[in-house]
Design a protein around this ligand. Structure first.
Ligand SMILES: Cc1cc2nc3c(=O)[nH]c(=O)nc-3n(C[C@H](O)[C@H](O)[C@H](O)COP(=O)(O)O)c2cc1C
Length: 333
């Protein structure tokens, strides 16, 4: 008997919960194809950024301004930049190339945080055949003038605008830095999101002491980043109807098993595939299968959420007690 790995993520039926996470692999359809042949159940493309789209809109505007009569009458025929029909651009062509290459669902990715005309681009991604959209809300809030509530409200406006503009499901990729992740996730659900992807990594620049400069080297993740995600998955799993995807720190089949036990419907891998090559997803898949079989699970769905918080009647108190226990359990040699 072979263990069933099928899963339902964002309403999509996947053969395997292991998904190629957003990143550079999707810039090369051949490499992406290798990951899919090795067993990936879906792929998420690299992101198209709000700033890119907005710049394209502005450039198109300037181009038209330079070519046509700029009199007031001519301007009255100009489309409003907020609803400007943008050139689909290289991203759409790449999406089409990937779709031709792989037979699994292709999830497009938009990355932005302020409401505006750029969110209309989602419609074109849908038109180009994206099975779903992952909306990445990556940002580092720097202004002391904008409250946490205002930040969340602004982000939710972006989510609502994207959700309203398309029929395909939208997953929202968030950071762990909310005063209440469960409350924000509930608001995402009310805004029409179908899934949440946990968590963005905060790309922390270091200080280069030699050159007195900022060191912006991007380091790949390590498995030490996984427990933060496991904890949030376990907390959310009993409390949300959203599809849960884990991103961050999954490098092995055992890591994937932990994410599934915590409640993940899909487990994304980016760093591991960049470090070890796209076929590594096959190794992760084998290890996951082996672990499930060894533990007597007939399917990954059967294992999903076994270790989530559903059996903790008061999760807040449970957290506090465990925190105190852990501190108290530390023994000096
Ligand atoms: C080189 C690189 C490029 C990435 N590009 C994107 C991107 O375009 N959009 C996005 O949402 N996440 C992007 N990510 C983040 C990954 O999708 C992922 O969330 C993060 O790396 C944590 O997962 P991991 O531990 O499997 O790497 C990128 C990560 C890396 C390392």
């Amino acid at each position: 008997m072979s263990t069933d790995l099928t899963t339902r993520w964002l309403g999509l039926e996947l053969e395997c919960p292991l998904v190629v996470g957003a990143g550079p692999l999707s810039k090369d359809p051949k490499l992406l194809g290798e990951a899919v042949s090795a067993g990936a159940g879906a792929v998420v493309m690299y992101s198209l950024f709000e700033e890119q789209i907005t710049a394209e809109q502005m450039a198109a505007h300037r181009f038209i301004d330079a070519r046509v009569d700029t009199s007031a009458e001519a301007h009255s025929f100009m489309p409003d930049s907020d609803v400007f029909s943008m050139d689909a651009g290289p991203y759409l062509r790449q999406l089409e190339r990937i779709r031709e290459r792989v037979k699994v669902p292709v999830v497009a990715s938009l990355n932005g945080t302020t409401p505006g005309g750029w969110t209309n681009y989602a419609k074109q991604l849908e038109g180009a055949g994206a099975s779903a959209l992952e909306l990445n809300l990556y940002e580092v809030v720097t202004s002391p003038d904008e409250s946490g509530e205002a930040v969340e409200k602004r982000q939710l406006e972006v989510v609502s605008a994207v959700v309203k503009s398309i029929d395909i499901p939208v997953a929202v990729k968030i950071s762990p830095f909310y005063a209440s992740v469960p409350a924000f996730v509930r608001r995402l659900e009310l805004a029409g999101a179908r899934g949440v992807t946990l968590f963005n990594r905060f790309y922390q620049p270091d200080i280069d002491l030699e050159n007195l400069d900022v060191d912006r080297t991007l380091h790949l993740s390590t498995p030490t980043e996984l427990p933060l995600r496991l904890h949030a998955l376990a907390l959310l799993s009993p409390n949300t109807g959203l599809s849960l995807a884990c991103t961050g720190g999954v490098h092995t089949g055992l890591g994937a098993a932990k994410a599934i036990l915590s409640g993940a419907h899909a487990v994304q891998l980016t760093s591991a595939l960049l470090a070890k090559g796209p076929r590594h997803i096959g190794v992760v898949r084998e290890e996951l299968l082996h672990w499930l079989e060894e533990k007597g699970y007939e399917s990954s769905a059967e294992a999903r959420g076994i270790l989530d918080f559903s059996s903790a009647p008061d999760s807040h108190a449970w957290e506090r007690v465990n925190y105190a226990r852990m501190l108290d359990g530390w023994t000096l040699d």
